[in-house]
Design a protein around this ligand. Structure first.
Ligand code: FAD
Length: 498
């Protein structure tokens, strides 16, 4: 048997690699990497992790054919020239149409492929489709997953009596909070070679310099230990906080390793649950909050993506504006937006609330085409793959579809001011809505509500904000607010004051 190992299926402890295959095929395609202006660190991460797995398999006596080719077609042709009519075994890829495209490329090269279940997830498509006729609320799916796996369960009841402790997870750290420094991974000789390759052969965004994500199974386990030991305890309460100069806060930083297959999502869930059971300093709200991200959200978005074949093209609000250049340049005097973009450019990472309430919120209220924002996230983040970025960006981030959220995550400066410390040092005033120096988020927010009134006013969760919009209309303020939004759209990358 020859196992085809795709770049985001680097799993040895489950799936076809666990069955001691005779031979393994891996293809590193230059054409694939050139399809988007990917972040340099994302290419380094994927290629280095692939090459490390190749070497680990070889060390264990497995024959690995590793093709560095211009395209997948070229790599498969080289392999099937030597092994005509071989049938490859491969985990079914999560990306839309990826299995069909692979099958066709492999057939053209003279071979065949058999797809088996994808063991990088905790729930199967068959189970989800049997449980739910329609896409349920995430919370319903999550509870089903808790019941099925027994995680944080006490018999048939949730540990602690509640399923969800989110209401305890909205604090910001005190001024003297000692932020735990996350463990980072110095590139070894192999990774440095990949960094040189990427620099020499690919047009990328961001730089290979400073690459320090884990690229091996051992590194992924060390990253998990570091999170559980040092950041899990405060993960919950500070999960929504944005702090200048603290890019990680208490986040896990595990998505890059989990999405590559280096770490199993259940391993992370079980490590968190064990910490809750064994340690006095790890509260339930932190552990449940973390478990929900993996057992609930990660699995759920994968099924939403699978069940909504047109999600990538959906655009229920009809937003058509181009992505402003600030998403690439980072040049803006808006402290929160500039900091988030700079963070992505530096490391290919921003934490969830920066992704949702800064990067997406700005694009949502600015009116960016969801597909354009999706492309940017997909290219720029080290943990981005189509199956996970599309639902999070298109559905959750900019409400291009209502598959994940019952209302748009649109917010004014008030939210950013409450959950971050950016506004204090920003060139813009979070309390002003119009006039020079007013925070751009304010004008955009009210303009967004006015622009989409027909689509959103009837949403019962938005009644209150539309009552406020009516007030602004009655007092005659709305016109000036909408003018301010136009200025913001024209000048977002300019130096303040404006
Ligand atoms: P933590 O915040 O510590 O969370 C723990 C783990 O839970 C993560 O490692 C991740 O595996 C999982 N998780 C949490 N929320 C989600 C979610 N909504 N969807 C899927 N998994 C989740 N996640 C990606 O893995 N890749 C992406 O490309 C991606 N793009 C996003 C784009 C937008 C606009 C938004 C709002 C969210 C996106 N997410 C994405 C989800 C989430 O923001 C990231 O998983 C998380 O920030 C990764 O950092 P972390 O490992 O420190 O996670």
């Amino acid at each position: 048997m020859t196992v085809l190992v795709l770049g985001d299926q680097l799993v040895r402890r489950a799936g076809p690699l666990a069955d001691d295959p005779e031979r393994v095929l891996m293809v590193e395609s230059r054409e694939f990497a050139a399809r988007k202006p990917y972040h340099a660190k994302k290419l380094v991460l994927v290629f280095s992790a692939m090459r490390h797995l190749r070497d680990a398999l070889r060390d264990d006596g497995v024959t690995v054919r590793y093709e560095q080719a211009d395209s997948f077609a070229e790599g498969f042709t080289a392999f099937f020239d030597d092994h005509p009519e071989e049938t490859l075994t491969c985990m079914r890829p999560a990306g839309r149409n990826a299995a069909a495209a692979l099958r066709e490329t492999i057939a053209d090269a003279g071979g065949d492929v058999e797809f088996v279940g994808n063991e990088t997830f905790l729930s199967t498509p068959a189970a989800f489709d049997e449980w739910f006729d329609e896409i349920p609320k995430q919370e319903a799916f999550y509870r089903r997953m808790r019941e099925r796996t027994g995680v944080l369960m006490d018999g048939g009841e949730p540990v602690g009596g509640e399923w969800n402790y989110d209401s305890e997870n909205r604090d910001t750290p005190p001024d003297d909070y000692d932020y735990p420094e996350p463990v980072r991974f110095e590139p070894d000789a192999l990774t440095r070679d990949v960094m040189d390759d990427v620099e020499a052969t690919h047009e990328t965004w961001g730089s290979v310099e400073g690459f320090d994500w884990p690229v091996t199974r051992g590194g992924a386990l060390d990253a998990l230990d570091d999170f559980v030991e040092n950041r899990l305890a405060d993960f919950g309460p500070y999960q929504d906080a944005i702090v200048e100069g603290e890019w990680a806060v208490n986040h896990a930083l595990l998505a890059p390793a989990i999405n590559l297959g280096l770490l199993g999502p259940m391993e992370a869930v079980e490590a968190a649950e064990a910490a809750y059971e064994e340690r006095d300093d790890v509260p339930l709200n932190s552990v449940e909050g973390f478990v929900r991200q993996l057992l609930g959200w990660r699995e759920f978005v994968r099924h939403v993506y699978r069940r909504e074949p047109r999600l990538a093209d959906e655009n229920r609000l009809g937003a058509t504006r181009d992505l402003p250049d600030v998403y690439w340049s980072g040049e803006t005097d808006m402290a929160c937006l500039g900091d988030a973009v700079e963070g992505v450019r530096e490391r290919g990472y921003a934490h969830h609330i920066e992704r949702l309430m800064v990067l997406s919120n700005f694009a949502l209220t600015y009116g960016v085409d969801p597909g354009a924002l999706n492309d940017w996230f997909h290219a720029g983040f080290v943990d981005a793959y189509h199956w996970v970025t599309t639902p999070n960006v298109v559905a959750m981030g900019v409400y291009g579809s209502d598959a994940l959220a019952t209302k748009p995550y649109a917010a004014s400066a008030n939210y950013v001011d409450r959950m971050s410390d950016h506004c204090a040092g920003c060139a813009f005033d979070p309390h002003a809505t119009t006039g020079e120096g007013a925070c751009p988020f304010n004008g955009l927010y009210w303009d967004f509500l006015a622009e989409h009134e027909d689509a959103l006013r009837s949403n019962h969760r938005m009644g209150l904000v539309y009552a406020h919009l009516d007030d602004k209309r009655e007092t005659g303020d709305l016109e000036a607010i909408r003018d301010r939004a136009d200025v913001v759209r024209e000048r977002v990358g300019d130096d303040a004051p404006w």
